[in-house]
Design a protein around this ligand. Structure first.
Ligand SMILES: Nc1ncnc2c1ncn2[C@@H]1O[C@H](COP(=O)(O)OP(=O)(O)OP(=O)(O)O)[C@@H](O)[C@H]1O
Length: 495
């Protein structure tokens, strides 16, 4: 019970975790878990807004319905860290739990001082001033943040709370938190680079969410470089350049993903150069991701690459085994997928580089179990992963191959699959092909959309989500996806 309770608390968002840091599970009797807390105030918190979440999580962990009964134990008082008001998100998000060493989170300044070559790093950020000149969220009458999550185009799942920290990403995470807490002040620009599927986009969105939670009214915009390019081309075509410029220059934080796509695009680079200068001159924060270090972005203009070096450059590396296990544990908890520790360890040991693939494997394993009404165990995981990871390494897979194989599998033409018809078979086939592109290639969402007749990246996101869900609900879809994956991999190995 103690271990389960600890894990459960660790999985809570930092603001809620602080309330329960000094709580103590007393016993689990029948379907009731008795938990001791330091005072009435904490008990009210636990019995109020935290109850459902905790009961659900306990139910999930023990595989049965569990109710929480709270008792007050004043002896816990001394250990209780909470003040009379809820903890500030400034302190709590910076203290995300570390999967790597499992120890207490280091303060932000320590995180930044980790022996890396930090160049112009300045870890002492003055948090007492408000860099955006907008009201703080802590006042009772704080106005609503500018723009909904939809307008800022942030994925609600990509927040700091769901990001697992390990030695492979500790520095990038700390830098991301630092710029979110002091936009335009800490490091400008911040550039995060690394291979596909290592959490760069996740960190970018997390910065956006955190800025919006700290500074009401902050204008945050996320865009992939491909979309930036397309919008720019359309704006020129439609004579709407001024509108385009306003959209990207009238912001407090610009988050721009996959900058490598600007390579070779001279006019868009020119436009981005001016956007960058305008924002930087006005002390507005720019955060950039790339699949390579800037000096390896050879087809990018020197003046842009130079500017990227004005701020802080940091990389993300493939996670070590411990971090991979922690990511799977967190994913299983948030998505309510039950999988015992040995299965999580097995998956983490088999998939070593790409976190997207790691998550994909967990989804397949739990879906297979749910369809067959079997428990998730090692034997089952071995069967599913054997299909997923063939002997002799991964072949290179292209979107064209996935589209061709999916079309043939469903007896459709490639034009049908990429066209606009919305008949049922077509929509499912198309969504499966998009899901497989996401899973089996390194292509970004907009790039996948392009392969399917120029669809928007949100359509691909929707397809990905839909198929993940159907995998666990419909055997036919699970079988189709598994069989198609095998065919595609076989074909790729032969070519
Ligand atoms: N440290 C982490 N903790 C939890 N989840 C993570 C972590 N790193 C990555 N992920 C998850 O892995 C998946 C892939 O991450 P993300 O899309 O951010 O990668 P990326 O580096 O931007 O890849 P690409 O360059 O292909 O876009 C996402 O679902 C993300 O939430």
């Amino acid at each position: 019970m103690s271990t389960v309770w600890r894990t459960l608390i660790d999985d809570l968002p930092p603001s809620q975790r602080a309330w329960l840091a000094a709580s103590r599970p007393v016993t689990l009797h029948e379907h009731t878990a008795i938990v001791a807390v330091a005072d009435d105030f904490t008990r009210n918190q636990l019995e109020g807004r935290l109850r459902t979440r905790l009961e659900d999580a306990l139910g999930h962990a023990f595989g049965t319905q569990v109710r929480i009964a709270v008792t007050v134990d004043p002896e816990l008082e001394a250990a209780s860290p909470h003040p009379a008001t809820p903890p500030s998100p400034v302190a709590s998000a910076a203290g995300g739990r570390d999967a790597g060493d499992g120890g207490a989170p280091a303060p932000l300044g320590d995180e930044l001082d980790t022996g890396y070559d930090t160049g112009s790093i300045n870890p002492s950020i003055d948090l007492s001033t408000n860099p955006l000149d907008v009201p703080t969220p802590f006042g009772a009458t704080a106005p609503k943040p500018a723009g909904t999550a939809l307008e800022t185009r942030l994925n609600p799942k990509y927040v700091f709370e769901t990001f697992v920290i390990g030695s492979s990403n500790r520095f990038a995470h700390a830098a991301a938190v630092a710029v979110a807490e002091a936009p335009g002040k800490a490091y400008n620009p911040l550039l995060i680079y690394g291979d596909s599927g290592l959490g760069k986009t996740h960190l970018l969105h997390a910065i956006g969410h955190y800025v919006r939670s700290l500074f009401n009214g902050a204008r945050v915009r996320y865009v992939s470089s491909e979309e930036f390019t397309n919008e720019f081309i359309n704006a020129i075509r439609d004579d709407k350049a001024a509108m385009f410029q306003r959209r990207y220059r009238d912001v407090d934080v610009l988050l721009i993903d996959d900058i490598q796509f600007l390579e070779g695009k001279i006019q868009t680079q020119e436009e981005f150069f001016h956007t960058f200068n305008t924002l930087h001159n006005a002390n507005k924060q720019i955060v950039i991701t790339s699949d390579r270090a800037p000096k390896r972005l050879e087809a990018l203009e020197d003046r842009l690459r130079n500017r990227f070096e004005w701020g802080l450059i940091t990389d993300v590396q493939p996670p070590d085994l411990e971090t991979r296990i922690a990511i799977l544990r967190k994913k299983a908890a948030t998505e309510r997928m039950t999988a015992p520790p040995d299965v999580l360890e097995f998956i983490a040991s088999k998939i070593q580089t790409n976190i997207r693939e790691l998550e994909g494997a967990l989804i397949r394993v739990t879906a297979f179990a749910s369809l067959n009404r079997q428990p998730v165990d090692l034997t089952l995981a071995e069967i599913v992963l054997k299909d997923l990871i063939p002997e002799g390494g991964e072949p290179e897979i292209s979107a064209a191959l996935i589209i061709a194989q999916t079309a043939a599998y469903f007896g459709l033409s490639i034009d049908d699959l990429c066209g606009s018809s919305r008949s049922r078979v077509l929509v499912t086939g198309r969504q499966i092909a998009m899901y497989l592109c996401r899973e089996l290639t390194d292509l970004s969402l907009p790039k996948i959309g392009q392969q399917f007749g120029g669809r928007d990246h949100t359509t691909v996101m929707h397809a990905d989500k839909k198929i993940r869900q159907l995998l666990a609900e419909r055997r036919s879809v699970y079988n189709q996806v598994t069989e198609l994956t095998n065919r595609i991999k076989q074909q790729a190995r032969q070519s």
